[in-house]
Design a protein around this ligand. Structure first.
Ligand SMILES: C[S@@+](CC[C@H](N)C(=O)[O-])C[C@H]1O[C@@H](n2cnc3c(N)ncnc32)[C@H](O)[C@@H]1O
Length: 220
């Protein structure tokens, strides 16, 4: 389905980065991101909201139990690519303008929310997690694959320096020394299924190498 524009929603154009990310996405998938995407999406079922969908690299990978995907993407170029990718998705998929901190969606409309390499670019991760909680139905889950701050102090220092200097300029606002699991917990989620991993596993360590992949649930 074509990308839909929702009036009154802020676009976040990232001209150079959006083109760079779209061109490097196939290589990241070859380096192991494709497998991580499959693992990320496998537990989902029902209606899913994907936040910051980029060019739509997850759309063809949703499991058969997913009945619909509503993708939200603030960057106009990537949103256009996502609209094209939605046309090839096996699950009915629509793409909307919008930001994680103010999803253009009603309360309790989703059984699952996906954050895939997006919270690092969201200035207020707790607001994004709170929005995920708002749109989830009781029993729904968040699946996340995100950059995270390093456990080793030396690499964490490198991350902080990178975040304070060139890294966000080169990577569309990404900050590597963040704690998405803490943000989800702060928003009321229980996160008891989380795996730390290196990606890309075989490349030299960079500020963006440490990741977390897991599930967040609302209690009760
Ligand atoms: C590294 S890309 C990842 C794209 C996609 N999720 C993927 O797995 O390939 C980061 C994405 O987050 C989006 N983004 C940045 N700030 C955002 C915000 N405040 N709300 C929602 N998405 C945002 C960017 O436009 C971009 O599409």
């Amino acid at each position: 389905m074509a990308a839909e524009n929702v009036s009154g929603v802020q676009d976040r154009p990232r001209g150079l980065f959006s083109r760079f990310y779209a061109s490097m996405s196939p290589r990241l998938d070859e380096e192991g991101l494709a497998e991580l995407r499959e693992e990320l999406l496998a537990p989902l079922a029902g209606a899913v909201v994907e936040v910051g969908a980029g060019p739509g690299g997850n759309f063809a990978r949703y499991p058969s139990g997913v009945v619909s995907v509503i993708a939200v993407e603030p960057e106009p170029y990537l949103r256009g690519l996502a609209g094209a990718a939605a046309g090839d998705a096996s699950v009915p998929t629509t793409v909307h303008a919008g930001v994680a901190e103010a999803l253009p969606l009603p309360d309790s409309c989703a059984d699952g929310v996906v954050f895939c390499l997006v919270l690092c670019s969201v200035p207020d991760q707790i607001a994004a997690a709170t929005e995920a909680a708002r749109v989830l139905r009781p029993g729904g889950i968040v699946r996340f694959l995100e950059h995270t701050r390093a456990e080793m102090r030396g690499l964490r220092t490198v991350q902080r320096v990178a975040d304070a200097t060139v890294w966000p300029l080169l990577t569309g606002g990404c900050h590597t020394c963040t704690d998405p699991v803490a943000a989800l917990r702060e928003a009321g989620f229980v996160v008891d299924d989380v795996r730390r991993l290196r990606f890309p596993a075989d490349r030299f360590t960079q500020p963006s190498t440490p990741h977390v992949l897991g599930t967040a649930r609302l209690p009760g």
